[in-house]
Design a protein around this ligand. Sequence first.
Ligand code: 5GP
Ligand code: MN
Length: 339
Amino acid sequence: MTKEDIKNIKQLLATQKKIVIVPHKNPDGDAIGSTLGLYHYLLKHNHNVTVMVPNDYPTFLKWIPGNETILKHDSQTETCENLIETADIIFTLDFNAFHRTGNMETVLAESSAIKIMIDHHQTPDDYATYMFSDVNMSSTAEMIYHFIDMLGDADIIDSNIATCLYVGIMTDTGSFRFPSTTSKTHQIIAKLIEKGADNTQIHNNVYDTNSYERLQLLGRALSNLKVIPESRASYITLSQEELNTFNYKKGDTEGVVNYGLSLENIILAAIFIEDKQEGIIKISLRSKGNFSVNEFSRAHFNGGGHTNAAGGRSELSLKDAVEKFISILPSYNKALNDD
Ligand code: 5GP
Ligand code: MN
């Protein structure tokens, strides 16, 4: 984002605008934290702002300030599409291509509003009027902080904005441990705490509000964990039947893939989750070091993401998707054992 872009955006935001903010489908902590952080900021400038998500998100995010104002495109389609069609500005956050919003793809692509992309995923599509794209950023929430700062407004960050941005940074950095966490990230976190983000309470709200069934499902996932030592890889499966047994709710499998990566000497971890309703296997991939699960997912599982965290999907059966994964791994043994 150039100085000229910032000047133009500042001018654009100098008068009241109709603004829509959209994150990716299946929104995570960074998607909700960054959109709501920007929402509270734009409200301070008296804009007419709406956050709308493609579909629902986990309960452990449903306490974040502004949560109750979020519209869901899948259940409130007409309201959402009217707002998109009449919007002056659409902010697209935490995704790099319209198809990442699922069924919102067409209405977004056809909208004539000014589009501002703020995102940290690789290979962004070229649809935005103004693009703030940086793959080195820990999170989109961290980028929203920089965006507000570039607009000269870091001083007006209040406890609502700070809380939202803290959630986004905390969740996308695995609680400040992934390599994308820099000293700058910590400096921003320090400022957010000063502005009123209650760090202990936020960690508690996100991580310590598990249902008993969610922990039982985690137990099942861990007992399904398999290791492929020669590829320094591990994988977990969860069938639809297993999800049903433990009364699966959205978000219950969030973070489970990381357990596979916590094994000594393992640098690639996958989880395969059956989704009978969508007729797909949802795959999450995580890695350590230089092994790019973004490229791996793009090449084999119709997905993408970041070097160390990516998602994908397969239309094969659960068993066949796993077999495909196992059969591909040997061709990566050199890369997996080089690190
Ligand atoms: P997760 O495994 O938690 O769903 O996703 C990990 C990371 O990869 C997130 O940053 C997410 O936005 C990204 N991601 C997940 N699924 C896809 C996908 O199908 N395509 C792309 N390009 N990125 C994805
Ligand atoms: Mn993100």
